[in-house]
Design a protein around this ligand. Structure first.
Ligand code: WTA
Length: 629
């Protein structure tokens, strides 16, 4: 193996010696030689009602099918199987409220009871296998109950980040044709109340499909309850129908588990579809091996359940591995920037998985905040969502990990469902590199013609092997699935990122190559921001771009053309920012909005965002031959 030098962290030998995977390169070679054998071995560590006929059916690629013929249910592996062994009374979930005044803990046994009650209730409302249920909840234990209850009875959940506005929520509810919405009265955001229920009211007002809305009492804010449609969760729990166990239904391995809306290059979010069998094998394996999950661990993933990281590594993955997972209702800086460090100390967190944007924002408050706390329980750190810059990596490593904790950078996507590029704890780490392909994965970097680029050069990142937790399609849009991911280079999966590989085989992710912007780790589409802007009466056209930002990674800059007769006023930019917050989400608010006479477009009328980006950064505008006069 090549000598690794330069900025490289070599974990202590004892880390690899005691890890689940002591020799990662050896397993990498073995799994790559026989990916199906590797995945079959991992699948054998979980329980199935009926065995599979085939590990992978690629006869209708790119509509791959995993563990075909098998019967299973992810909830059986998240909960039921733990109830007959030593995990029965182990803590599954620890929760703390934003203000710290409430703590709740659930053993596997009691979590199962809660899930049974929620499942009984939604079943009594007529939800059955295949029905879609929209979940719009803050980070409270009920989000676990709701997701698992749906999966238990074979319903398909669609969790919407509880920071999206009513328009965004409505379009996702309508697209999924959900019959039921599970929400709360309100959520706490840095001490104030965000009115979830009234946003749901707006969103479902004209819905032809929503029959019931379950409302969890959380923030105590005043809400309006529709006598027929809306139900307090606490009232439902008191009914006899809620009592008793609810069967975990036996499903086909390929039956849908959830859809999750994510941004793409058009204004219409894509509904990524994941299924039971392959997804449980993929999330279980990646979490176990990358974060070296052990029975005594306390795992904390700071992601919100509204994003894929919350699905795979806050809810499903940890329970599949029988871990104790911690969920915190609040954010990192309220009331003070020591909030997370205080929680790590208090609960004795062993693995802490977060996003670079959070690290960068906490860095700015200085070392004194973390230094007030004993962080010695930590043994591994993790990063996800965007490239971690070396400066943030070193701060995380030195100030939080005390130079003892390897940092697992994990590159993956809503579509991939599980880690694709990462490392194991004992491997040397290069700050800023996402690591190497996960076991069984074959990653390549291609030029525009589909040839592999030489080491060190930038190109388009593709995945050459199918993997069990892969998306199966875009819900009810097979063609868009094929076009988006499998058509640029036939037979390989196009990730939408650019990257390079170095001489040691480490992969360095550079960023998106499409119209997706990662803002503070949140995935947003330029087209969604633009359509929110043009829904304002003063705006006729809009273009949004992402520009580098020190803390957020990228910040949104927007350019608007006003309607004839509209004038730019001193308050217009602020008004438009508020409009985007109101119609899409506060996380999508542009940092800057410029009023322009016209937008650079191709002769066929497509906005050339690349030209706007170059101009904003004072860079060369590149090839302008297609620009209209
Ligand atoms: C980016 C989040 C660099 C990337 C799990 C990808 C990353 C997009 C990393 C998917 C990482 C995610 N290093 N970039 N470790 N992790 N990304 O669907 O651009 O919200 O394509 O999934 O985030 O975002 P998504």
């Amino acid at each position: 193996m090549a000598e690794l030098d330069g900025d490289v962290f070599h974990p202590d030998r004892s880390v690899a010696a005691t890890a689940h995977v002591p020799d990662a390169d050896a397993l990498r070679a073995e799994a790559l030689a026989d990916p199906q054998g590797f995945w079959a071995d991992m699948a054998d560590e979980l329980e199935w009602f009926e065995p599979w006929d085939k590990v992978l059916d690629d006869s209708d690629a790119p509509f791959y099918r995993w563990f075909t013929g098998a019967r299973c249910n992810i909830v059986h592996n998240c909960l039921d199987r733990h109830l007959t062994g030593p995990n029965k009374n182990k803590l599954a979930l620890i929760w703390q409220s934003e203000d710290g005044s409430e703590h709740k803990t659930y053993s596997y046994y009691s979590l199962n009871r809660q899930v049974n009650m929620m499942a009984n209730i939604i079943k009594a409302m007529g939800i059955t296998k295949g029905d879609r249920v929209t979940i719009y909840l803050p980070r409270i234990p009920e989000v676990f109950f709701a997701m698992l209850a749906c999966a238990k009875i074979g319903a398909v959940h669609s969790v919407i980040f509880a920071g999206f506005s009513s328009d965004a929520l409505a379009s996702r509810i309508d697209d999924s044709e959900s019959k039921l919405v599970i929400t709360a009265d309100g959520s706490f955001v840095n001490g104030s109340v965000f009115p979830l229920k009234s946003i749901v009211d707006e969103a479902v007002r004209y819905s032809p499909t929503v029959e019931n809305v379950i409302v969890v009492r959380r923030a105590g804010n005043e809400v309006t309850m529709d006598a027929l449609r809306d139900h307090w969760y606490s009232d439902l729990l008191a009914l006899p129908i809620a009592k008793g166990t609810c069967e975990t239904v036996s499903l086909d391995s390929e039956d849908p588990l959830y859809i999750l809306y994510t941004s793409g290059s058009t204004g219409k979010p894509k509904a990524i579809l994941h299924t039971h069998g392959g997804y449980m094998v993929g999330t279980y394996t990646t979490l176990k091996y990358t974060f070296d999950m052990r029975p005594e661990d306390r795992w904390w993933c700071t992601a919100d359940p509204g994003w894929v990281t919350g699905h795979s590594y806050l809810v499903y993955g940890p329970l599949l591995t029988g871990a104790t997972v911690f969920m915190f209702e609040g954010g990192p800086t309220y009331p003070y920037p020591n909030r997370w460090w205080q929680l790590i100390e208090y609960y004795g967190i062993t693995q802490f998985y977060t996003a670079p944007t959070a690290i960068r924002s906490l860095m700015r408050f200085g070392e004194a905040w973390p230094n007030r706390h004993d962080l010695s329980s930590l043994r591994l750190l993790g990063s996800v969502g965007e490239p971690i810059n070396p400066e943030a990596w070193h701060w995380f490593h030195r100030v939080i990990g005390k130079e003892q904790c390897p940092i697992m950078d994990t590159w993956w996507q809503t579509e991939t469902g599980m880690f694709q590029i990462t490392q194991t704890p004992g491997e040397p780490q290069k700050p800023g590199s996402a690591g190497k392909p996960f076991f069984g994965q074959d990653v390549a970097i291609l030029d525009a013609d589909g040839n592999e680029v030489p080491d060190g050069e930038e190109g388009f990142l593709v995945l050459k092997n199918p993997w069990p937790a892969m998306l199966r399609t875009l819900y009810r849009d097979d063609q868009r699935y094929v076009d988006t991911y499998w058509s640029t280079y036939p037979g390989v999966y196009l990730a939408g990122d650019s990257a390079r590989r170095d001489a040691d085989g480490y992969l360095w992710i550079i960023g998106r190559t499409d119209d997706v912007i990662k803002v503070s780790g949140h995935r947003l589409g330029t087209a969604e921001v633009e359509s929110a802007l043009v829904s304002h009466p003063a705006v006729s056209e809009a273009a949004a771009i992402g520009l580098p930002h020190e803390v957020k990674g990228n910040a949104i800059h927007a350019y608007v053309v006003l309607r004839v007769g509209e004038k730019e006023t001193p308050t217009l930019a602020e008004e438009l920012r508020a409009h985007v917050a109101q119609h899409l989400s506060p996380i999508a608010k542009p940092d800057a909005i410029d009023v322009v006479e016209k937008l650079p477009k191709t002769r066929s009328g497509k906005i050339m965002r690349r030209v706007l980006k170059a101009r904003a950064q004072g860079l060369d505008e590149g090839d302008l031959s297609t620009l209209e006069e």
